[in-house]
Design a protein around this ligand. Structure first.
Ligand code: FUC
Length: 766
């Protein structure tokens, strides 16, 4: 009897609350600062929702709002200095080489550039003295809608915000349970106070600015206000709504970055949005978003704590609470963030996705291609968001012309090269300090994404029209770039660095540049292999293939140092910072696929390399920790992978579950989501491997809809850490090779057919 009553009054309602909250971030107080606000976005138009009761701010972003301008800044001395610098490095005169490189290889980038906020939509609710109860703010990642609700003196208030990719607009609805309850002043502004705002027909607030005092894009934004009941009147450049029953605001924005007439674009978006009612937009938005989001579901075990606010769950985790569902939420949040910041036809997700505050964003919010931009896309294919990968690949194709120019003007070589970072001006030249900039393999690393997109989708047309050219041009550059190391007779890449790491040179000075950092060779090896494979698929370029095959034979192999670790540079040098956040010489472990087989020396050396970094304080930035999760997953160590995921949430995650470098940087979210997938399934080597790094914490679980290379979609169920069942849809009809523990199965498949296997990999049904 007592148990039944308990079930009815306590457990059942709790269960339903928990279920309802499974895919929600929610809080019982407004955001204290930006790091607690909740992000919504349609790939380009985004907002951070604070959930303030009386003075609400919707901080706004549009992905093409950038200060800066197109500029060529190849150092004219570069070509003439290259051989001297190489000679100095071969002779071990690192400091001299670096000094010369800083002077003669670094470009003189004259214009400052940065991603910037679009602005702020301020909602000032006039009566601020009243008692508030039942406050909740949430982000529902199942519907991609942020909501704030509370009660004041018997009226329930609710504010909904979503950014619709369908309508290219942000929608905000303010409602109340009783009539005539909404009194609000609505204004648009922008940091720096240089934006011009005006009212159009008393119903629209228009804001424009040629950013950075004319050195940047021209932005245009319109907020259109619709009220039901009450009155609407102009107040300066803001709109005042009094005693309304309901208020809807539709906001659109565009810049001259990719619109000939951005104002006309904004006006037409508003006009189109007005042609339908709010509810139609809302259901269209949900349907559009869910066609991607719903492809994957995940259950990692008990969701007992879903009825607690997200920030409390995070602090409980820090205090030792075990909350598998929080990791599942974090996983789906990674997918939510990618759908919301990277949509076909738009720009790729930058260092902060699309969400950034103010006029100077950390690291300019750019595209850092020495790990960060790539990490943003590690989850795209395997979490079934292949379409979201395309903005990044399109971006690489667009880097082409500048990358060819840099190869030619800076080094006198053919093909394409880009260095450590770029932005929406598509620059590819290095600038600043050699320690981070003198690194020619940025674009080469990115080419992996073009090949991987093909591996997952089998889209030969894509490979023919877009992917192959990206691979080919990078390969052409590196065939010409590599030189013989006089000591070993093998090909090396240089002058170059192992991203951002330093070593102690023989004369006791700290240096960064060498001939032959290991990462370069790992990247180039994979680039050449991928280009050969792509050429074979397309049956072309036999001459190029022959050259690449020859170069592969001569390229410096990955070497192991006397202490058993993978060498970071071609000679044994002592790193100045042994816990450095970049673990570049493990590229071949992840995201590469050079180090795969457990019995090999390099596999063991990879393990030692990472253990050493960690024992010297490594993994201290969010993205570095996220990379480590993937390393341990590839090392098939579920406990270590989990330990680092757990540390990522405990140490490098903000209350809104965004990754904290610090400051906020989105790569850690994306990298960790990729890592969780990698713990549950891998497909980079010899077919598909099931549950390769399952931790004790996730004893029972299920993941549905993740994707393996070769075009297989998988539902995996496990119990007591043992595989129960795997359902595989063969999307392309490729042969399947499946491994679970020591069992392997090989099967020819038919396109569109579903195969189900048990723990012995015996076919249950198909
Ligand atoms: C890389 C990293 C930094 C930072 C920056 C945006 O250069 O070394 O930690 O993430 O990118």
């Amino acid at each position: 009897m007592i148990i039944t009553l308990l079930a009815i009054f306590y457990i059942l309602p709790r269960l339903s609350v928990a279920q309802e909250n499974q895919l929600k971030l929610w809080y019982n107080k407004p955001a204290m600062d930006w790091n607690e606000a909740l992000p919504v976005g349609n790939g380009s138009l985004g907002s951070m929702v604070f959930g303030n009761i009386f003075q609400e701010t919707l901080q706004l972003n549009e992905s093409s709002v950038w200060a800066g301008k197109d500029e060529d800044f190849v150092n004219p001395e570069a070509k003439g200095s290259l051989n001297t610098i190489r000679k100095l490095l071969f002779e071990g005169k690192y400091a001299d080489a670096e000094e010369l490189a800083e002077k003669n290889l670094m470009g003189d980038k004259k214009t400052w550039s940065s991603y910037q906020e679009l602005g702020n939509l301020k909602l000032d609710f006039t009566r601020s003295d009243r008692h508030v109860s039942n406050y909740i703010r949430e982000l529902n990642i199942k519907t991609a809608i942020a909501k704030t609700s509370f009660s004041i003196e018997g009226s329930n208030f609710s504010r909904e915000v979503f950014s619709s990719a369908k309508a290219n607009a942000l929608f905000i609805k303010l409602s109340a349970s009783n009539k005539q309850q909404i009194n609000v002043n609505i204004a648009l502004s922008r940091a720096g106070n240089l934006a011009k705002t005006s009212l159009i027909n008393n119903q629209q607030i228009y804001m424009t600015e040629h950013v950075n005092q004319g050195v940047g894009v021209i932005l245009h934004s319109i907020a259109h206000v619709i009220h039901t009941g009450g009155t609407l009147s102009p107040k300066g450049n803001s709109i005042e709504v009094e005693d309304a029953d309901e208020v809807i605001i539709i906001l659109a924005a565009a810049t001259n970055f990719n619109h000939q007439n951005p104002l006309a674009t904004v006006q037409s978006r508003i006009a189109h949005a007005l042609a339908k009612d709010y509810d139609s937009h809302k259901s269209e938005h949900i349907a559009d978003y869910q066609q991607y989001f719903n492809r994957v579901s995940i259950n990692l075990g008990s969701d007992d704590f879903a009825h607690f606010p997200t920030d409390s769950r995070l602090s409980a985790l820090r205090n030792g609470n075990i909350d598998p569902a929080l990791f599942a939420l974090y996983y789906q949040y990674g997918r939510y963030l990618l759908i919301s910041s990277s949509r076909q036809g738009g720009l790729p997700a930058n260092l902060q996705g699309i969400w950034a505050e103010g006029l100077q964003v950390p690291w300019n919010g750019d595209y850092h291609i020495n790990i960060n931009a790539q990490m943003n896309y590690w989850l795209a294919e395997n979490t079934n968001l292949s379409e979201m990968h395309l903005p990044f690949i399109d971006y690489l194709a667009k880097l082409g012309p500048d990358a060819r120019k840099t190869a030619r003007d800076m080094y006198g070589l053919n093909g394409e090269v880009a260095h450590f970072a770029s932005d929406i001006s598509y620059y590819t030249e290095p600038w600043g300090k050699p320690q981070w900039a003198m690194w020619p393999t940025g674009l080469a690393w990115c080419t992996q994404h073009a090949w991987e997109h093909y591996l997952y989708t089998g889209d030969t047309l894509f490979l023919k029209n877009t992917g192959f050219e990206i691979l080919k041009q990078s390969s052409i550059f590196f065939l010409e770039w590599l030189v013989k190391n006089p000591k070993s007779g093998l090909l090396v890449s240089g002058p170059s660095i192992s991203p951002e790491n330093t070593f102690k040179s023989r004369d006791g000075k700290i240096a960064t540049m060498v001939m032959g950092p290991t990462m370069d060779h790992m990247i180039i090896r994979e680039l050449f292999q991928n280009t050969i494979a792509a050429a074979k698929v397309l049956k072309r370029e036999t001459k190029l293939v022959n050259k690449l095959e020859k170069a592969l034979q001569e390229l410096t192999p990955t070497q192991i140092a006397a202490d058993g670790r993978i060498m970071e540079w071609s000679e044994e040098l002592e790193e100045a910072e042994p816990g450095h956040r970049h673990i570049s010489h493990l590229f071949g472990l992840y995201p590469g696929r050079e180090i795969t087989t457990e019995t090999t020396e390099t596999f063991k050396a990879a393990r030692k390399t990472i253990d050493y970094r960690l024992s010297h304080g490594g993994g201290h930035t969010g993205w570095s920790r996220a990379w480590i999760i993937n390393f341990f997953a590839r090392l098939k160590d579920g406990e270590k992978a989990f330990e680092n995921l757990d540390l990522l949430l405990k140490k490098s995650t903000l209350n809104n579950l965004l990754d904290n470098h610090p400051p906020f940087q989105i790569d850690g979210n994306f990298g960790a989501t990729a890592g969780i997938t990698e713990m549950l399934m891998q497909s980079h080597h010899n077919g598909i491997s099931l549950l390769p790094a399952l931790p004790d914490n996730w004893k029972d679980g299920k993941i549905s809809g993740i994707v393996a290379r070769g075009g297989f979609e998988l539902d995996i169920t496990w119990k007591n850490k043992q595989l129960q069942e795997v359902k595989i849809i063969s999307k392309l009809g490729n042969p399947l090779r499946l491994t679970y523990t020591n069992k392997t199965l090989e099967l020819k498949t038919q396109k569109g057919t579903v195969y189900t296997f048990d723990a012995d990999l015996a076919v249950i049904k198909n």
